[in-house]
Design a protein. Structure first.
Length: 134
């Protein structure tokens, strides 16, 4: 088969060329999907869904105002996405989320530029320096 390696700054760059159905198909077929600096609310909602669900214990008050007034606390369990919108938006400099096809979990990973890694930084030239010289 043929695998395409595509790069996109975000869904907005894809929306200029393709329909939402085609964009969804492209995202579904990605072997590796890297995300950082996400602000698009639709993408945040999708990432939240992709992250899976977890059980959260919720403590809530209860009271009755009958002849004998009573107050109590109850404990209930609720399912919610592992990554909430505030978690996704907090992925900052030097971090990224990675979705890998066939893997049930997303990864929160360190993102390091190649020019900070030995031996690459001594073997390859930093493009910022190349363009300064030009």
């Amino acid at each position: 088969g043929l695998q395409i390696w595509g790069f996109s700054q975000g869904r907005h760059s894809l929306e200029r060329r393709w329909s939402p159905d085609v964009i969804k198909e492209l995202e579904d077929q990605c072997g590796v999907f890297q995300l950082w600096g996400v602000e698009d609310t639709g993408l945040i909602r999708d990432i939240s869904t992709w992250s899976g669900m977890q059980a959260v214990a919720m403590r809530g008050p209860s009271h009755s105002a009958g002849v004998v007034q009573q107050a109590s606390y109850g404990l209930s369990e609720k399912a919610r996405p592992v990554l909430q919108s505030e978690d996704i938006r907090a992925i900052g400099d030097g971090r990224m989320l990675m979705k890998v096809s066939g893997c049930p979990h997303m990864f929160n990973m360190q993102r390091t530029p190649w020019y900070l890694i030995e031996p690459w930084k001594s073997q390859l030239r930093d493009p910022r320096q190349i363009f300064k010289e030009a």
